[in-house]
Structures are given as C-alpha cells and as structure tokens.
Design a binder for this molecule. Structure first.
Ligand SMILES: NC(=O)c1ccc[n+]([C@@H]2O[C@H](COP(=O)([O-])OP(=O)(O)OC[C@H]3O[C@@H](n4cnc5c(N)ncnc54)[C@H](OP(=O)(O)O)[C@@H]3O)[C@@H](O)[C@H]2O)c1
Length: 315
C-alpha cells in the first residue's frame, strides 16, 4: 500500500516508518530537514522535505505520493515549556492540529486517498466519572488550564471524522514512553525525576494511561486497514495513578522517590495543568482498539515497559 506519513521523524513516526517498510508498504515520510530526510531514507522511506504549514507545498507532496492512506503524526513538542508557560509551548502543536489538519485532509482527498489516520490524545477528558473510561468520555472543553490545546485537538478530530468520502480514524494515544520520549533517560520528565523536580501533586491520584511508542506504531499500522472510521484509545492495559508509577520510574533512574506538593503550590509553581495531570486525570480503556483494530500491545503494562526503556537507553 502507498502510505504518506506526515511528521515521520518523531517519537512514533520513526518506529511507524520502520514497521511500514518492513511490512512491504511504499512509504513517503515528511520532515523539514535534510537530517530528517537522511534518516527517513535510511529507514527505507521516500523523504519529502516540507514545512506542513505551507498548504500548497504540502498538497504538492501529497499529490506526488498518491497515498492510499495518509497518517498525521505532526506535533511540535520537542523541547520544553519556556518562560511563556505551558499553553504558549503547546501553541505550535495546536496550530499544526487546528490549521494544518484541514489542509492535509483536503490534500489527501484530492490525491484520491481512502483513509486518513490522525494522532490525538486520551488525556483531555473531563475530571469526572469512573477512573478508567472509554472513547465516549466527555472531553473537557472548558478545561481552564488546557482549553486552547483541547479545542485544537477537538477541531483536528472533527476535520478528520467529517472528511466526506475519506475514512477518518482518530487514534487517541496515551502518554508516550520509550526511546526518544520525555520518560526515557535524558528526556524532560526523567531529568525532572532525577533532580527531584517531579513531585506528586496532592494525593498523586491522577490516572495515567501510557503507551510504548512501538505499540503506538503497531496500532497505527493496524489502523491502515482495520476498524471502522471513528475514535480509538491506544493505551496499555494498566492505567495507574501517578503515585504508583512515578516512584517506580524514579527508582529505575536511580532518582530519589518523588516528594509531595499541595495542589495549590503545584498550580502556582508549575501551572494548573500539573494539578489536572497529577491529581485529577482519568485513565483510558483500550477495549475498542483491542476488539476492532486487533491491537495487542507488546508492553501491556508500563511495569514491564519502563525497565526495558531504561535498560535500552543505558545499555
Ligand atoms: N501522546 C504523547 O504522549 C505525545 C504525543 C506527541 C509527542 N509527545 C512527546 O513530545 C516529544 C517530542 O515529540 P516528537 O519526538 O514526536 O517530535 P516533535 O518535535 O513533536 O515532531 C513530530 C514530527 O512533526 C514534524 N513537524 C513538526 N513541525 C512541523 C512542521 N511545521 N512541518 C512539518 N513537519 C513538522 C517533525 O518533523 P521534523 O522535526 O523532522 O521537521 C516530526 O516528524 C517526545 O518526548 C514525545 O514523546 C508525546
């Protein structure tokens, strides 16, 4: 199958391209840089150098690739929040989701694609209801800390799900861990844990649903062909509160156990999103992806995946 991966050099893009090539697909992958193009060529893909915010240039790339399926993995989340704060840091990604998605969908339709698969996230549900929820959980559109980014995700999902004759598939991934992610040694969160700067907020009861990037890539390959158009949670089988997983990762990294901070202190010093993720968030169920995408995570739990991630980085 001819597949175009927009954002092919990121944490999921790389393992995704490798899997697609291994399965015999003809892959075009986008990047903005010649370094990225070299990486994609070495993985066996045809590189296309383009800034996705240039709609005409993006349409040219899609037309030339004649893809049957377009996969949207564009984000701008390398680096870390600066003095402007968390929401300002997310704005580049919000733009890619809000503004580039409709252009990518239009280009896919014009090129005769059958399906568009897009990267979304599970961690935008309202802090209410059961601790673990399915795809019908209410999205927290009025979230005070994250309203802009959640609105961008919702706009992206709508653009893909309402794409006329194109089949729209939204993959709501959990928090990525594995090589090249924030939780791997050297990543932003791993380094915060090492410095004792990743505290448990309040009771540490925010429930995190993780997914290893290899499993995210595997689910994405399945979504080329399997499953009806719609929304799928792509997470592991083991949603867990921060107070459970953070000390385990800290120990693996040789870091001290995370301290605790009150919610109001976390809100003041880190921003209100720290309270949402750390103390309020609900987890996500992968039952639909297991059923309809035949998703079978190789790392069903972060409990086995974290040690593999740390050993791989340190060995
Ligand atoms: N669900 C999650 O937990 C989640 C989701 C996304 C990211 N993250 C985390 O965020 C961190 C960074 O993510 P990442 O490694 O995927 O890198 P990233 O910097 O977010 O980039 C992702 C992809 O988007 C491309 N891209 C970005 N802006 C572009 C633009 N204007 N035009 C064309 N392409 C553009 C990048 O290509 P080039 O840079 O090659 O041009 C890359 O292929 C990682 O720690 C990752 O785990 C987490």
């Amino acid at each position: 199958m001819r597949v175009l991966v927009a954002g092919a050099t990121g944490a999921v893009g790389r393992p995704l391209v490798a899997r697609l090539v291994a399965e015999g697909h003809a892959v075009t992958g986008t990047t903005r840089s010649t370094t990225g193009a070299g990486l994609l060529a070495s993985l066996g893909a045809v590189p296309a150098v383009v800034d996705a915010r240039d709609a005409d240039a993006l349409a040219d790339v899609v037309r030339a690739a004649r893809p049957e399926v377009v996969v949207h993995q564009l984000t701008a989340l390398s680096g870390r929040p600066g003095p402007g704060g968390y929401e300002a840091w997310l704005e580049a990604t919000n733009r890619l989701r809000r503004e580039v998605t409709p252009a990518l969908v239009a280009a896919a339709a014009a090129a005769g694609a059958r399906r568009v698969v897009v990267q979304s996230v599970v961690f935008m549900t309202a802090p209410e209801g059961p601790p673990v929820a399915d795809e019908s959980a209410r999205i927290w559109t009025e979230a005070p800390p994250l309203a802009g980014t959640i609105a961008a995700n919702v706009a992206m999902e709508r653009a893909v799900l309402g794409a006329g004759d194109l089949e729209g598939v939204v993959l709501r991934y959990g928090f990525f861990y594995g090589p090249g992610t924030m939780y791997a040694p050297g990543g932003v969160i791993a380094e915060q844990l090492r410095r004792g700067a990743y505290p448990l907020v309040g009771d540490g009861g925010g429930v995190t649903s993780f997914v290893h990037v290899e499993d995210a890539a595997a689910a994405t390959v399945r979504a080329l062909t399997d499953g009806a158009p719609g929304v799928y949670n792509v997470v592991d089988d083991d949603p867990a509160p921060v107070r459970e997983w953070a000390p385990v990762l800290a120990a693996l990294l040789g870091a001290p156990p995370p301290a605790r901070v009150d919610e109001d202190v976390a809100a003041r010093t880190q921003g209100p999103q720290a309270v949402y993720y750390g103390a309020r968030l609900r987890g996500a169920s992968n039952a639909k992806a297991r059923r309809e995408l035949r998703f079978r995570p190789a790392y069903p739990s972060w409990r086995t995946g974290f040690p593999v991630m740390v050993a791989a980085a340190e060995g």
